[in-house]
Write a protein of this length. Structure first.
Length: 468
């Protein structure tokens, strides 16, 4: 990989579980054998999460860009003890020495070579302990998809201490699913969350992005952890209540996520500036305030530029429904001071978010269908065959680069030339001799996705979802 090498001990990209359940640690068992102490394996309750090594030119990243993922993760070249990453590498609490082998039921045997600030032994109310382990699951998009799909798992592992008879490391990454559908849909905004549904109890990168978005909107005050707990639920419930979305905060459904995205985009936008105003004021500022209050549904008169009795009553109506004042006799009733102005801006953003969320919601729905049905899920090149090639060829047909007769599921010369033409159009390559020309890799797939989503939106708007 390119760039400066970093150890993965610099806070790896990790996907934490939702809850830590009660568990027990049986500890190391020792027994005298011919005058010596035998080191025996022991059982340990663990919760297992996954992390990966980012690469340049991925379609998507946990934090939105390669640079941000590297800052958080390091480049993922080696573990804290200097061992190069490999399938079966584990990060474990400092109480478990480097080199220790751990048998993870249903996963395989791993070896400890890494640490992490959140990789610790944690005590429970019954004085037992549970070990947080993190397993490395690959490079680039495939590793990210595998880590996201892995989520978290609780199990009783067998730990083989140093000096014990231990099994060989045995982990086959290909046995762990890496579905592309779990990948974020876009890298344009780190908090886009287009496909990343999450609920109370979940632990994933999407939860971390949800928390980051809620934090930027001043609903969540903790450092994003990736774990959907009660505080995240309470923050999401406040957001849903403010935005008149049904829900108790326990789930970030499609409607909520679309509104979150829209609300974040509006964070730095303001309605027309109007300043502080009171009875008797006139001019352009009053004009603007009347326009904003009309948009919010509180003012129904003409835009006169005069702060008259009708305008005062509209301000009072707004203040009452937004709980800025308790009644019409509260000091400040009927005038726009700092508190009322702030409430007007907040209400304006909420109403704008509702309208701007509609196309975002549509994009979410179309993107899901595109990823599931219309986009190739693997790297393709000349000689590839199968359904993924047919999906590719159908998209190239829509771009006018192939004909119906070319859709045969075989990646031959015509398909290769069509891919090259698309790459040239998208400025992924400059000549057909460039590295990656004619190959559907991460950047080309991203280009295909953008085209397929836009085409899908056009089809749905014209004919409905049934034609997609």
């Amino acid at each position: 990989m390119k760039g400066k090498q970093h150890s993965m001990k610099h806070t790896p990209i990790r996907f934490y579980p939702a809850t830590i359940l009660l568990c027990s640690c049986l500890g190391s068992l020792v027994s005298p054998v011919i005058g010596q102490v035998a080191v025996l394996p022991y059982e340990q309750e663990v919760y297992l999460t996954a992390y990966y090594s980012p690469e340049p030119d991925q379609c998507c990243y946990v934090l939105g860009s390669y640079e941000e993922d590297v800052i958080m993760n390091g480049q993922g070249i080696h573990g804290a003890d200097g061992t190069p990453v490999y399938p079966g590498m584990l990060a474990a609490p400092k109480e478990i020495p480097f080199g220790t082998r751990i048998d993870l039921p249903g996963i395989g045997v791993g070896a400890v070579h890494d640490r992490g600030s959140a990789i610790t032994m944690m005590d429970n109310d019954d004085d037992a302990s549970i070990a947080h382990l993190d397993i490395w699951v690959g490079h680039g998009e495939e590793g990210l998809a595998r880590a996201l799909a892995f989520g978290s798992k609780r199990m009783t592992a067998t730990i083989y201490p140093l000096g014990s008879d231990h099994p060989q490391v045995s982990l086959v990454l290909e046995n762990l699913p890496a579905p592309r559908a779990v990948l974020p849909a876009s890298t344009n905004t780190p908090s886009s969350l287009l496909l990343a549904a999450s609920s109370l109890g979940d632990s994933s990168a999407s939860v971390r992005l949800l928390q980051k978005t809620l934090s930027s909107l001043a609903y969540f005050e903790r450092e994003p952890s990736g774990t959907f707990g009660e505080e995240t639920k309470a923050a999401l419930a406040r957001f849903q209540k403010d935005h008149n979305i049904s829900g108790d905060g326990s789930s970030a459904d499609d409607v909520t996520r679309a509104r979150l995205i829209a609300a974040e985009k509006l964070m730095n936008r303001l309605p027309a500036a109007f300043g502080e105003l009171a009875m008797g004021d006139t001019g352009q500022n009053v004009n603007r305030a009347q326009g904003v209050l009309r948009f919010l549904g509180d003012y129904s008169g003409r835009t006169t530029g005069a702060f008259d009795e009708r305008m005062k009553n509209a301000v009072i109506a707004f203040q009452l429904r937004t709980h800025v004042i308790d009644d019409a006799l509260t000091p400040g009733a009927g005038r726009i001071g700092p508190k009322t102005k702030s409430a007007i801006i907040h209400a304006w953003r909420i109403k704008r978010a509702k309208s701007e969320a509609s196309p975002i919601f549509l994009t979410m729905q179309v993107t899901k269908i595109v990823l599931e049905k219309h986009l190739p899920s693997s790297v393709l090149a000349r000689g590839s065959q199968g359904d993924d090639v047919k999906r590719l060829q159908r998209l190239l047909l829509r771009k006018g680069l192939l004909t119906k007769a070319d859709i045969n599921g075989v990646f031959g010369e015509k398909t290769e030339k069509a891919v090259e033409a698309m790459q040239l159009q998208g400025k992924i390559i400059t000549t057909s001799n460039d590295h990656g020309a004619g190959v559907v890799g991460p950047m080309t797939r991203k280009l295909l996705e953008e085209f397929a989503v836009q085409e899908g939106i056009r089809i749905v708007r014209s004919n409905g979802f049934r034609y997609l």
